[in-house]
Write a protein that binds this ligand. Sequence first.
Ligand code: GN1
Ligand code: MG
Length: 371
Amino acid sequence: MNFEQLNNIVGRFAYEGTISEIKPLGEGLINDTYKVKTAEADKPDYVLQRVNHNVFPDVDMVMRNIDAVTSHIRRKLQAQGVADIDRRVLRFIPAKEGGKLYVFLPLDSDGGGYWRLMVFIDDAVTKQAVDPESSRAAGRAFGNFQAMLADIPVKLGETIKDFHNMEFRLEQLHDVIKRDPAGRVKEERVQKMLSEIEKRADEMCKAERMGREGTLPKRVCHCDTKVNNMMFDKQDNVLCVIDLDTVMPNFIFSDYGDFLRTGANMVAEDCPDMDKVQFRMDIFKAFTEGYLESAKSFLLPVEIENLPYATALFPYMQCVRFLWDYLSGDKYWKCQYPDHNFVRANNQLHLLLSIEKHWGEMQAFIADCMK
Ligand code: GN1
Ligand code: MG
């Protein structure tokens, strides 16, 4: 997409200022993202994004969820007298026509799809890796995010059906194994991985069972609490949580487990050197302390007891999802090389193996935090 085309799209939103530059931003694997600079110092810069409607089939629902969540948080921050609110919660710019928080361009036209525009947060950074201090802050921030949304008056939609449903993710895997569209199922390394997956399948589906039995509630969760979905200021304080497409009702395990999956891995989720994939207990401890500080007021005993399970569940689920995509012929995640999805899956399996060694230590630590 060239400047002219992007500029026309931005022009459909009720933004302020004169656009001086538009260039690609970030390394998200799902949406297309651009930074839009304005010439005036007193006008904000913006982030322009095309939402991937293959991943999010109901973009209208995504944007209604985001509107509900950001408005609710904004009201709370206002009531608390927090300064600089545009740095503490995302602000989406409405379209000039129709009043929605997105613009749709016909799919067969240039730049076809669903676009949205939000205020760019200046002097802020995202991180690919964390230290114990920022993990504690992140734990507090995600716990707080859930706490602030505990009394949201609307019921949010499920923007990706069965997104973190482990039973469903295993069914998806079993289905692709049967079809074997990329001819990869026979690989010995795939077979080995499948046997590790099957060994744990029943245990890993326990959240769904507890949900059905009515002993485990769903709450509003972020559902993509990766380290890089938080903005920090220059002093390392968490400013806000970003990437809200997947905000939906879920078991709280999602937010706790997915943070640790990315934050407490010694290396990136696609590091090919499996010896380096290790679970960092220092990050686990700091994040858990921060999280429980802000979330223990509303968590049920069954949720707290199962935090070690949540820690294991997300690397397991991500292993299943990456392997599913590998066997599907790499249709979902962008790949930089042919084996990329397999490497990612293997990395997540090794993270799980490392987590399993720390089970007792995790339980003891959580019990200590609750004293
Ligand atoms: C996707 O777009 P991104 O990178 O924030 C995925 C997450 C995975 C993650 C793995 C909607 O998140 O669930 O954990 O990749 N989001 C969706 O890198 O599928
Ligand atoms: Mg992201």
